[in-house]
Design a protein. Structure first.
Length: 156
């Protein structure tokens, strides 16, 4: 088992449920992950196909279909970090939770080579919420009148 697989297998018992939940939240919709040799198509963070670069043919081994993207692994001066944020050169981590009571092992993970791109199509056109960089204007109410009215007293 290589260093990366060992690292992921050690993290999995305490982190796998969080990875799956976070991946489902962060990697919604259709996306593409590109390495030097392959383009991976994902739907809702789940791998649906792999195309070898240059061939244009979809060549997806059955064992890869259904793997879930849980994040991107980066090596910063010998310290590995798994994050949902993509950075060029990071390694994509795909995970399949084992069935039943089994613990995750090295076969539960696929780690890609360095990624070149991670594409998410722009949201569909239509109404959308645009946040202003300026805070809303707040107007103070007009001050109460300083004119006092007194009832006239008549003395005769």
């Amino acid at each position: 088992m290589d260093v990366l697989s060992s690292f992921l297998v050690k993290l999995a018992p305490s982190s796998a449920a969080g990875w799956i939940a976070l991946g489902a939240e962060v990697f919604r919709g259709t996306s593409e992950l590109e390495t030097a040799n392959s383009v991976y198509a994902l739907e809702g963070g789940v791998l649906v196909s792999r195309t070898k670069r240059g061939s244009g043919n979809v060549e997806t081994p059955r064992g890869l279909v259904g793997l879930r993207l849980v994040g991107f692994l980066t090596d910063e001066d010998g310290l590995y970090g798994l994050s949902p944020r993509w950075r060029e050169g990071s390694l994509a981590v795909l995970f399949r939770a084992p069935k039943g009571e089994r613990s995750p092992d090295e076969r539960s993970f696929v780690v890609t080579t360095a990624t070149r791109a991670f594409r998410v199509p722009p949201p569909a056109s239509g109404p959308r919420l645009v946040r202003s960089i300026h805070p809303p204007a707040v107007r103070r109410p007009l001050p109460a009148s300083l004119t006092r009215l007194f009832a006239a007293t008549t003395t005769l």
